[in-house]
Design a protein around this ligand. Structure first.
Ligand SMILES: C[S@@+](CC[C@H](N)C(=O)[O-])C[C@H]1O[C@@H](n2cnc3c(N)ncnc32)[C@H](O)[C@@H]1O
Length: 243
């Protein structure tokens, strides 16, 4: 199965279009995130922190880190000695850097500009690599997973949080109604960018999730792969370890 074929459509934006879109909505991104997930994103991010591998001085990398909320949530687990957030959108990073400064965390956490498809770090560097609402944005998902695997130390853990579709038929229909008709309109009004939230809707509906995504992780070489659906399955946390 080609994930690119599956996620692609006639109007799929280029890589550069994707992060430029996030640059445009950066000032309102956090507000929209909390609003459109009905504030659930905070507890999902915290749960990711609870799934970090054993150890108290972990080095972590958060890909497509955006405004840094996942990086900060991992740090709040109290087990991160050093963390880096990587993203291509300078305006999103600027919001995250401000949060790190305000929290007095400069020196422990850093945010840098870089491409998750070609991670600018050496092999076997991190104890954990996370990506939250980001893997769907990568043009080549398999290449993204391979990069995560490469920079993990043996025994290190990949944690991926991504939207998915509820297993229950009724809930799925309600959720799709919200995603297709309400979310794009709300997102357009608040962000002032009608394209960004139509794009979210298109990509969520076509992206592999559940067992299909677990299979992609196993093919990359990850072991102990597991999917943890959250909030009726509207999002799923995937974990996999580098043997
Ligand atoms: C939906 S936001 C998620 C931000 C953050 N992880 C969060 O949980 O709120 C997706 C992010 O992916 C970034 N992005 C898209 N393609 C990327 C790439 N190839 N490399 C790094 N970041 C990328 C965008 O700039 C954007 O900040």
């Amino acid at each position: 199965m080609s994930t690119q074929a599956k996620t692609g459509d006639q109007q799929a934006p280029s890589r550069r279009d994707v992060w430029r879109m996030f640059d445009r909505i950066a000032p309102r991104y956090d507000l929209l995130n909390h609003l459109l997930s009905l504030n659930r994103d905070k507890s999902w991010r915290k749960r990711m922190g609870g799934l970090l591998p054993d150890g108290r001085d972990l080095a972590v990398l958060d890909l497509a880190s955006g405004t840094g909320d996942q990086l900060l949530a991992l740090h709040e687990s109290g087990r991160v000695a050093f963390g880096v957030g990587l993203d291509m959108a300078a305006e999103m990073l600027a919001v995250g850097i401000k949060k790190i400064e305000t929290g007095g965390l400069t020196g422990r956490l850093a945010m840098v500009r870089g491409d998750a498809s070609a991670i600018p770090f050496a092999d076997c560097t991190f104890d954990a690599v996370s990506i939250t609402f980001g893997i769907r944005n990568l043009v080549d998902v398999r290449a993204g997973l391979a990069e995560m695997f490469r920079v993990l130390k043996p025994g290190g853990r990949a944690l991926i949080l991504e939207f998915s579709l509820p297993g229950n038929g009724f809930l799925r229909r309600m959720y799709l109604l919200y995603f297709r008709h309400i979310l794009p309109r709300l997102g357009a009004v608040i962000s002032g960018d009608s394209e960004a939230y139509r794009y979210l809707n298109r990509t969520v509906e076509t992206f592999p999730y559940g067992e299909e995504f677990c299979a992609l992780m196993r093919e990359t070489g990850f072991g102990n792969v597991a999917a943890h659906p959250v909030t009726f399955g509207i999002a799923t946390i995937y974990r996999g370890d580098r043997p």
